[in-house]
Design a protein. Structure first.
Length: 156
């Protein structure tokens, strides 16, 4: 429910996303990737949350900071974020349609999630292990330069 105050709405969404991510991590095994359940015995589902897709490079110490990005039909909000090395960026598909998060080829290192694992309600997280500008887009609703695009600026 929106009260019309974007700052308050974003603060509430950030807290809710942080709680979902913490619950997903607490229920997930120690593997670095958790995918949506397809009913197989090897599947993992976060209790009380949509599927969680997480990538964490093994060479970085995480900071515990979670920075949310919403995938809303036709845009990422916010479209540019600034984080520190070790921060976790959490994308949540709050749109009515499937989306993906695809890295732009000139980004420092690859990251992302395919549409099959990023349906409405799904979450994808990634911990950035090096400084740089990481550009990404949704290939379903744009391309590398126009449409649904975003940037993560990592300092460290």
């Amino acid at each position: 429910m929106s009260c019309g105050d974007d700052a308050n709405d974003q603060g509430l969404m950030a807290r809710q996303l942080a709680e979902q991510a913490a619950a997903a991590r607490a229920d997930a095994p120690t593997a670095t990737t958790v995918l949506a359940s397809t009913g197989g015995s090897d599947d993992v589902v976060a209790a009380g949350a949509a599927s969680a897709n997480t990538t964490t490079p093994s060479t970085v110490q995480t900071t515990g900071v979670i920075v949310p990005v919403l995938a809303i039909d036709n845009s990422f909000r916010p479209d540019v974020i600034e984080v520190e090395v070790g921060d976790e960026v959490l994308w949540e598909n709050r749109g009515l349609n499937e989306h993906n998060v695809m890295y732009v080829q000139d980004s420092a290192s690859p990251f992302g999630v395919e549409a099959a694992q990023f349906q409405p309600g799904d979450v994808f997280t990634h911990v950035f292990s090096e400084p740089g500008e990481f550009h990404y887009y949704c290939s379903i609703h744009g391309n590398e330069t126009v449409g649904m695009v975003g940037t993560v600026v990592v300092s460290g």
